[in-house]
Design a protein around this ligand. Structure first.
Ligand code: ISE
Length: 324
């Protein structure tokens, strides 16, 4: 039986999720969408239903599962409504706008008694990151000591602040670093360039590993995400970001996309397929509500460290047995 999925919010990511559901997801079909902008909703719906509001979409008998890709501030409330109706959710990152709000989703899910939330930290489905994790787990680089992350956007709107670089962009490194290393982060230190761009964030894990992350929102040349994991016996890093190398005007090299959608297209597709399998009765494989909470809780404390410029101990509690 095909899983009926509907998408709330059809901006850049929601429109892509709707397209992936229509064209590239076996075992599921797009039932319809909701967006505050009716023209945008119609375009993403591509002939399926345009719901008049998020609540009728969630409650519809035809909708078995929901993708939440509306503005960040709405994620937690919509996720909780889906939990109340017992419907699986793929919620775009971040899970909530604050740690306290993210915790309400965790608590609602635990009270419901079944895992319904997956948070869209799609890098976990990127083949490069998966290979890095496999190599580490197989002992291929010995004991990990350092993880270098680079996260560059071509440009951000003028109103984008250092705090937003943390809650909107750096949350990816929080999640992928925990996942790659299988370690929890215990402390953070931050340095900021002019106008808080770039940021250099250094975390340390419970095992003493160092995690360095450059966040640069106006790198101009393109969207570029890179990671290198250093162990006592070797290193493993992501490969080049493009499949081809171009030579032109006396220079040669790889190409960079304008934003994250082309860079992580394959990861988004694999994330959707595996979420659909889990929502149809399989086992969840992506970031849980707990992982979403931890990313938001750390991000919140990093934004405080950005203001105080002090080295900070990170606190976010222990993983409940429900998420073991
Ligand atoms: C954006 O919101 C995303 O989620 C992208 O994955 C990230 O790389 C980018 O920096 C964010 O602004």
């Amino acid at each position: 039986m095909s899983l009926g999925v509907a998408v709330i919010g059809t901006g850049v990511m929601g429109a892509e999720h709707a397209r992936v559901l229509r064209e590239e997801t076996p075992g599921a079909h797009l039932v319809g969408v909701y967006d505050a902008d009716a023209a945008r909703a119609r375009a993403a719906a591509a002939g399926t239903v345009v719901f008049p509001d998020p609540h009728s979409l969630i409650a519809s008998d035809r909708v078995d599962a929901i993708v939440v890709s509306s503005p960040d501030a709405t994620h937690a409330t919509l996720s909780r409504t889906c939990i109340e109706l017992g419907k699986p959710v793929l919620c775009e990152k971040p899970l909530a706008s604050s740690a306290a709000e993210a915790l309400t989703v965790v608590e609602a899910e635990i009270a419901h008694g079944r895992r319904l939330i997956q948070v869209g930290y799609m890098r976990r489905f990127d083949r490069g990151y998966q290979e890095m994790k496999r190599v580490r787990e197989a002992g291929g680089i010995g004991q990990p000591v350092l993880l270098h992350n680079i996260h560059r956007n071509a440009r951000a709107p003028e109103w984008f602040t250092g705090q937003m670089s943390i809650t909107n962009s750096f949350v990816h490194e929080i999640d992928i670093s925990r996942w790659l290393l299988g370690s929890e982060m215990t402390s953070v230190q931050i340095a900021a360039g002019p106008n808080e761009d770039p940021l250099m964030i250094t975390m340390q894990t419970e095992k003493g590993e160092i995690v360095s992350t450059e966040i640069f929102m106006n790198a101009t040349y393109g969207y570029h995400v890179h990671a290198e994991l250093i162990g006592r016996e070797g290193t493993v890093a992501l490969g080049p970001p493009s499949f081809t190398i171009t030579n032109r005007n006396g220079a040669g090299g790889v190409s960079y996309p304008e934003n994250w959608v082309p860079r992580f297209q394959d990861a988004y597709r694999r994330q959707m397929s595996q979420w659909v399998k889990a929502a149809s009765g399989g086992t969840a494989t992506g970031a849980s509500a707990w992982d979403g909470y931890v990313a938001s809780a750390i991000a919140e404390q990093v934004t405080e460290a950005l203001v105080s410029r002090r080295a900070t101990t990170l606190n976010y509690g222990r993983r409940p047995a429900f998420y073991a």
